[in-house]
Structure formats: C-alpha cells, structure tokens
Design a protein around this ligand. Structure first.
Ligand code: ADP
Ligand code: MG
Length: 411
C-alpha cells in the first residue's frame, strides 16, 4: 500500500481526495464535527506539499440532487477550521491572488463543471457537492469513475467510515489513478491493528447501541481474546429475552434470538449483562430503576442502572486493553444518558492511565463528546460499521483496492 504520509513533494499535482464530511447533522446544522476535523489533516498535508486538492465526500443519504443534504455547510465548516472563508464558484473560479477554499456546486458530470475545476489555481482547495447526489457513485459506474479520475493525477482515500462499502470514490478509483492511503486511514489501521494484536489482559469489550446484528461479527472475533464482554443497549435486551425475561416495549431485534444464543453458548463465562436498568413508559414518562427480572409489559428499558454501572466499572478498572462500540442506553435524552456518560468517563479515565482503549461508532463518539472526554481516549475511530467489520477480521473493499493499486504516477 502506498501512504500519503510518505509523499514529499506534490507540487503541480492535482489530488482527488475522498474525505469524510459525514458528521451527524440536523437539517443543515452540524451536531458534531469529528469526521470533518479528522479529514482536515490530509487536506492540510496535501496543500502544504503544493498540491491542488479536489475534495469529494458525502453527507447523509440523499437520493438524487436533494439540496437539503448539500455539502455546502460541512465545506463552510472545514474552511472555518482553516480560518478561511468559503468561496462558492458557480461559473468561474475566484481570480484574485489569494489561496482559496472553493465550493463547486455544479454537476461534476458536466464538461463546464470539469473545466471550472481544472481552471482553479494551483494550491486551491476545491470541495465538490455531495457525491451521493449521483446514483453512479453507489452503482460503481465506470464512466463516472473515468470522469472523476480525469480531474486529477492521484487519488487519496481517507474516509475510513466508508471503507466497508463498494462505491466509485471508495473502492473503484484506485483502478483508475495511482492511489494512496490518507493520514486518518493510516492511523485507523494502525490503531485497530494494535488493538487486535497487542497482548494485554484483561481485555474488556463493551457493546451497546441499537442492533446486535451490526456487531455480531466483531463480537465473534473479539470474543476469543476478550476476557469480558460487557453488554448494554439493544443487544442486552435481546439477551434478557433469550433468558426468558420480560422486556416490555424495549428496543430489541427479536428475530435475532439465535445470535444472542450463539454468543451466549460460545462466550458464556465472558458475557456480563446488566443487573438493573432504568425503565420508563414508551413516551419516556415515569422513569425508575428496576431489577432486570422486574420489567413490566408496559415499560421499556432505556438505560443501565446504578448497580450495573458499579459492576461494569469493576471490570473496566482491571482492564489493560478495551474497545467500545454502542451507547448503553438512549443517551440522546438526558434522563437516560447517565449510564452511557458514566461508562464513557470510566473508559476515558482508564485510557489516561495504563490501558489502551479504542472507541468507534457515530453515537459512541457523540457520547464521548457529551461526556467531554473525547480527547482522553487513546483512539477514537471515525468508523462505525467499518470499524466493526475490521475488528471482525473482514477484508474492507477500500483497503483492498488501495493494496491492489499498482498504478504509478506519471512524472
Ligand atoms: P454507534 O453509532 O455508536 O455504532 P448504534 O448506532 O449501534 O451506535 O446505536 C446507537 C443508538 O442506540 C442510539 O440512538 C441510542 O439511543 C440507541 N439505544 C441504545 N440503547 C437503547 C435503549 N435501551 N433504548 C433505546 N435506544 C437505545
Ligand atoms: Mg449510530
């Protein structure tokens, strides 16, 4: 694999960078900027090496040209991180003699837009509109790949959260351009490899979140070296169901009972389930703690309880290595956020001492931010599903494509 970090001089080159601006947002308001911030490193590096940078990314899941998912807001935010104002270029590039961060809203399949991008000054940073506006991106359209490849000399992939997908700007472009692993992706691979290979015990894995089906591959693989697997959130509810407890209106993938049973069978001694939970009515009224055996039909489990926090903390305190994906409860609502926040704080405090800890998943990162401990964790992955697939030992299409890319640059 070729690494961007090893590149010394990119003067005169145009680089197509697949970055990740896909942070949680409500309408056009960003709720978090972790992925944009982590994308800034490769952009700055390329810029400093003298390259012209053409950034592509997606945000949200638009179908077609849906301007409610424009990349303009994330682009503005990126510009602000560099202390610059974003310029929007519709039919010509800004011509005064300054370096710019330029947003190009035009259709990248149109020759006019391609000419516009080519007319940008060397050292400009150009950000294209949401790449998911084009059905071709997800369809792996070779003509679209050619059009994009025609804009640049080199391709850099730096959107780890997309690495498990097969899309044009993810796994196809390395067939069209000399391809490099971006700075954030390089860090992701190093951190996750360290987590997988480092011999340190106790190794404590924590899994919560919404669906067990997303995580089962990672649990199967990590369950072997793990000493304890602490389970919360939706997956815990499924285990309760498997044990024959009432879970009322709690979120639960009821059709995945066999997965819970399989994990129970294989990792019986390692699984640690909540002892008590915070339940409420489905409309969130009447919140109160209950033992896991005492949940009523009319209630839903929304968080772990204080006895569970204490039990989990005993395991976390012994850890030499930890990984966490998925909040312990419905942490978006303050009443139900305390279990997740407490676990986040314990996790971070261990990372500050003698333990290597990795966290991944959009909501898990959101929880670290809420708990104000994001900076203290050893490694916070930008990937959710991609991290879980990597930890499951799966081959990720983007990484395989970078490894297979044999094209060399024309000098
Ligand atoms: P991540 O994004 O970190 O991978 P997931 O997407 O798997 O995590 O799960 C996060 C979601 O799970 C959050 O929206 C959270 O509210 C929800 N969740 C976790 N536990 C519960 C629960 N007991 N009841 C309702 N929602 C829950
Ligand atoms: Mg999520």
């Amino acid at each position: 694999m070729q690494f961007l970090s090893a590149q010394k001089n990119l003067k005169g080159k145009t680089v197509l960078l697949r970055a990740d601006f896909d942070d949680p947002h409500e309408a056009s308001r960003l709720l978090d900027d972790y992925r944009i911030r982590m994308s800034a490193a490769s952009i700055e590096f390329l810029h400093k090496q003298g390259a012209k940078v053409v950034v592509v990314s997606k945000t949200g899941r638009p179908e077609g040209f849906d301007l409610s998912e424009t990349l303009l807001g994330p682009a503005k935010h990126l510009a602000s991180l560099f202390g610059k104002k974003l310029v929007v270029a519709k039919d010509r590039m800004p011509d005064y003699d300054l370096q710019h961060i330029v947003f190009v809203p035009g259709d990248v399949r149109e020759p006019q837009t391609q000419e516009l991008i080519k007319s940008a000054a060397q050292k400009d940073i150009i950000i294209l509109e949401n790449i998911r506006f084009y059905a071709e991106e997800q369809n792996g359209d070779p003509k679209f790949a050619e059009q994009l490849a025609g804009l640049a000399d080199i391709f850099v992939f730096d959107a780890f959260a997309m690495a498990h997908r097969n899309e044009v700007t993810v796994s196809l472009l390395p067939k069209y351009l000399p391809a490099y692993c971006g700075l954030q992706l390089e860090k992701e691979i190093a951190a996750l490899d360290k987590l997988l290979t480092m011999k340190a015990h106790p190794f404590i894995a924590m899994m919560g979140g919404a669906k067990i089906s997303d995580k089962v591959g990672a649990i199967r693989n990590i369950g072997k070296p793990a000493d304890k697997i602490l389970i919360g959130g939706g997956p815990a509810n499924l285990f309760f169901l498997a044990k024959g407890y009432e879970i009322g209106k709690s979120i639960c993938e009821k059709d995945k009972l066999d997965l819970a049973k399989e994990i129970m069978r294989n990792f019986k001694e390692k699984i640690v389930l909540p002892l008590d939970v915070l339940v409420a009515k489905p409309d969130f009224s009447d919140p109160h703690f209950a033992a896991v055996e005492d949940v009523k039909k009319s209630e839903a489990i929304f968080d772990i309880g204080p006895k569970t926090i204490l039990e989990f903390s005993k395991h976390i305190k012994t850890a030499k290595k930890m990984v966490w994906n998925g909040p312990m409860g419905h942490y978006e609502i303050k009443t139900f956020s305390h279990g997740t926040i407490a676990i986040a704080q314990l996790f971070a405090s261990k990372c500050r001492r003698n333990c290597y800890g990795v966290v991944g998943g959009g909501d898990s990162v959101g929880a670290l931010t809420k708990a104000k401990v994001l900076e203290q964790v050893d490694f916070v992955s930008t990937g959710g599903g991609a991290m879980l697939d990597y930890l499951a030992g799966d081959k990720l299409p983007a990484i395989e494509a970078l490894r297979a890319s044999k094209l060399k640059e024309k000098r």
